[in-house]
Design a protein around this ligand. Structure first.
Ligand SMILES: Nc1ncnc2c1ncn2[C@@H]1O[C@H](COP(=O)(O)OP(=O)(O)OP(=O)(O)O)[C@@H](O)[C@H]1O
Ligand SMILES: [Mg+2]
Length: 350
């Protein structure tokens, strides 16, 4: 018996198009899926990571919690988008406790917001590759107001926000519990959501570059909506493979491929920026996020980046009871659950 059993936590990914909830149970070797659920959000509830309309979000969370009979109150959530800055900086070698009181002054030049308006956090990554007297530090600044808007919503919905993470890091945690990599292999984790594409490039289990690109599946939906005079909802289901009478499949495929190409181009620009400024290649790409399922998108990315591209399996090492969770359903939603799974693997106080 453990004297102080770890506090239970649920991972809740509040995305633009839907919320995803994952609860894991740690076993000896790996994790077991305890709970999973997804609830769609009405359009314009969240725009570019900012909560525009809190009520439908609170409602969706409450309904999901009650439908799944969730009793765990502690929740790990994540934020991304414009109000979040993640930056790798180089500083003279020092310990965490030495850096702590200096971090505000050191970060000022990198943060385009008033320091009073942000929560600052950092992680020492290790000695700089070029100079032994310097170290790399990952600096994270999130606008307090934005974090409070998210935590307030969760509190009103009856939960206890215990960990606030960043989408790209949640993605990395999900990857680390499921995959192993070769030494010095450079991996790009790319989560293509409805409005934001999170990109995190990792090497030897540390993030060496990350960026949010403000383009995702909604771009394709909006193009179809415009071209075919459909509602957003109709365009969205059409895009996911359902057919609507009177719509020519070839013309549709071409439209999808055109907007998928612009998403791939944005991704490529970011990866080119990374490879150009770091003189290194990307060895492997792992895709996740609902919009990564867009017909042909994976192939377009593969061609433009010239690296092997694979769909991520967030439940690769996670066991689940096939009587409780339908394997077909798990397969269908797994790509959308990457961030939530990473959040669920966090521990209070880690
Ligand atoms: N089978 C499919 N084919 C194409 N697109 C799909 C498919 N299934 C879902 N999508 C798209 O994926 C997007 C939703 O993915 P996801 O749930 O990862 O985003 P989100 O987390 O809600 O958004 P964000 O991360 O941008 O805030 C929507 O644009 C949806 O239309
Ligand atoms: Mg998302």
């Amino acid at each position: 018996m453990e004297l102080f059993p770890p506090k239970k936590i649920i991972g809740l990914d509040v995305g633009t198009s839907s919320i995803k909830l994952v609860e894991l149970e740690e076993t000896k070797e790996t994790y077991k899926l305890k709970n999973f659920g997804l609830a769609k959000l009405p359009k314009e509830t969240i725009v570019n990571g900012v909560i525009i309309n809190a009520d439908p979000l609170i409602q969706a969370i409450k309904t999901l919690i009650s439908n799944l009979k969730i009793t765990t109150k502690n929740v790990a959530l994540s934020v991304s988008g414009h109000p979040v800055i993640v930056k790798k900086i180089t500083l003279p070698l020092m310990s965490e406790s030495e850096l702590e009181p200096m971090i505000e002054a050191e970060s000022e030049q990198y943060i385009p917001f008033d320091l009073d308006e942000v929560n600052i956090d950092f992680q020492i990554l290790g000695v700089n590759e070029e100079s032994e007297e310097q170290m790399d530090v990952m600096l994270v600044a999130a606008k307090k107001q934005m974090v409070t808007e998210y935590t307030d919503v969760l509190s009103v919905a009856g939960l206890k926000p215990s960990i606030v993470d960043i989408d790209v890091f949640a993605l990395e945690n999900m990857f680390n519990i499921n995959y192993t990599t070769e030494e010095n292999e450079i991996i790009a984790l790319i989560d293509i959501g409805a409005s934001i594409t999170n990109i995190n490039i990792i090497k030897n289990d540390t993030s060496i570059f990350n960026r949010d690109v403000f383009l995702g599946g909604n771009h394709i939906t909006e193009e179809l909506q415009k071209e075919l005079s459909l509602s957003f909802e109709e365009a969205d289901i059409l895009k996911s493979g359902e057919s609507i009478e009177g719509i020519n499949q070839d013309a549709l495929d071409e439209m999808i491929s055109k907007s998928a190409t612009s998403i791939a181009r944005e991704i490529q620009r970011t990866l080119d920026f990374f490879t150009g400024s770091n003189y290194s290649e990307i060895n492997h790409i792992y895709l996740s996020g609902g919009a990564s399922k867009t017909k042909g998108l994976k192939e377009i990315i593969e061609e433009s980046v010239n690296a092997p591209v694979e769909f991520t399996d967030p439940f690769k090492t996670i066991k689940y009871d096939k009587n409780t969770f339908d394997p077909e359903y798990i397969k269908e939603i797994s790509l959308l659950s990457a961030v939530a799974t990473g959040l669920a693997s966090r521990k209070i106080g880690d």
